[in-house]
Ligand binder design. Structure first.
Ligand code: ADP
Length: 371
């Protein structure tokens, strides 16, 4: 079967009228970021922020209209709210800017730090979740922004389900667990939905999570970035006023090549790389506790030195780390007395010190009851 085209998608969407504005959604310039990949279709419907909550039926109707096209496998439509929507507006060009000039500052949030990786599957989200919990355990007010639009895993890792609520229909309350505030694209879109995003959609979703969420006062916000160093990641790094970035890498050389790309991406947008964390650094046998170097261990430390950035620490490959984070009770909070939890608190303390110059004590394990 011939692949469905963007033109066919737009033709189908012309059947959908915006009752309030009296025209079809395409002519009104409300559709952006149409992407078609192997029959999977994604697009954004731009609406005024105040109308967002009432437009769910319109979003559903738009999905249904596209779904009816032959050759369509899945459809993902998201409502996005531009700050100043202009009908038919093209995405704004995004030239690199110095951090100070960038938008994406969140009032009340002292520092935003990205956790990034050159490729997927290196444990970036696991490290981000544990790092956030460790910063909190060290006494800081912490938020987590799950910007991994390709595979948002914070809801699962932090054991949070449900949807964020809003008192006024505009500003969302962040979800909370283990003392962290958290927003994830995963709360807004079901986890099993085919996620096909493109620049403009990604950016409006991200801006929404920064701007339209009541984050309150935070010492630090950890952003779980999408893996990789492509355009989406670069744009994100530009759009958020990042105080710094941490790169997670496994010891294999190939992953390190990717980590190097991550480093140069942040350099390009003038975001300081605070350091590299080597994950799955060595294997700890769950039976005998013996340590085995299954990959060429130590690569990240050497590479960090060579690149002039700091080596922040090595996290072992350990069943307990996998089971706890996949089970929604990361090791830092569920096993606060463990060596792993201590390690994350030490990395967190060093990170905060690099950011602010201030020492935070690596606290004794807090007593948190895990339900
Ligand atoms: P990424 O965000 O880089 O795609 P994830 O954090 O989702 O990676 O981790 C991928 C898988 O590897 C998950 O099942 C996670 O529990 C597991 N994992 C991550 N780090 C470790 C570790 N240090 N030891 C054991 N398993 C780990």
């Amino acid at each position: 079967m011939a692949e469905v085209t963007e033109r066919e998608v737009l033709a189908a969407l012309r059947q959908i009228r915006d009752p309030a504005r009296g025209g079809d959604v395409v002519s009104l310039g409300m559709i952006s970021g149409v992407v078609v990949r192997d029959g999977n279709v994604g697009f954004a419907i731009e609406v005024e922020p105040e109308r967002g909550p009432r437009l769910e039926p319109l979003r559903k109707a738009a999905e249904a209209a596209v779904e009816a096209l032959p050759g369509v496998v899945s459809v993902t439509a998201v409502l996005t709210a531009e700050a100043h929507p202009r009908p038919g507006a093209a995405p704004r060009p995004q030239a690199p800017q110095p951090a100070a000039a960038r938008g994406g500052l969140v009032p009340g949030v002292k520092a935003i730090v990205a956790v990034a990786s050159g490729k997927g599957g290196v444990g970036k989200s696991t490290v981000a979740a544990n790092l956030a919990l460790a910063l909190h355990a060290n006494g800081l007010a912490v938020g987590v922004l799950d910007a991994d639009i390709y595979g948002p895993s914070m809801p699962r890792m932090l054991g949070i389900s449900g949807r964020p609520s809003s008192a006024d229909g505009k500003i969302l309350r962040p979800m909370q667990n283990y003392g962290l505030k958290c927003m994830s694209i995963g709360f807004l879109v079901p986890e099993d939905t085919a996620m096909i995003w493109r620049g403009p959609m990604v950016m409006s979703a991200l801006q929404q999570m920064l701007r339209d969420v009541d984050w309150g006062e935070l010492d630090i916000m950890i952003v779980d970035m999408p893996p990789g160093t492509g355009d989406a990641q670069l744009t994100m790094a530009q759009q958020v006023a990042l105080a710094g970035a941490v790169i997670v890498s496994t010891p294999q050389d190939i992953a390190l090549i990717d980590a190097r790309r991550g480093l140069s991406m942040f350099n390009k947008v003038n975001v300081p790389v605070l350091g590299i964390i080597e994950n799955m650094s060595y294997f700890l046998c769950p039976h005998c506790g013996e340590r085995s170097e299954i990959f060429s261990h130590g690569g990240a430390r050497r590479e960090a030195e060579r690149l002039g950035t700091e080596f922040l620490g090595e996290v072992p490959l350990d069943l307990a780390i996998r089971e706890t984070s996949d089970g929604g009770q990361p090791v830092t909070v569920s096993q606060p007395d463990s060596a792993h939890a201590l390690l994350f608190r030490q990395i967190a303390a060093r990170l905060w010190q690099k950011l602010t110059g201030a020492e935070t004590p690596v606290r004794a394990p807090p007593r948190i009851v895990v339900e």
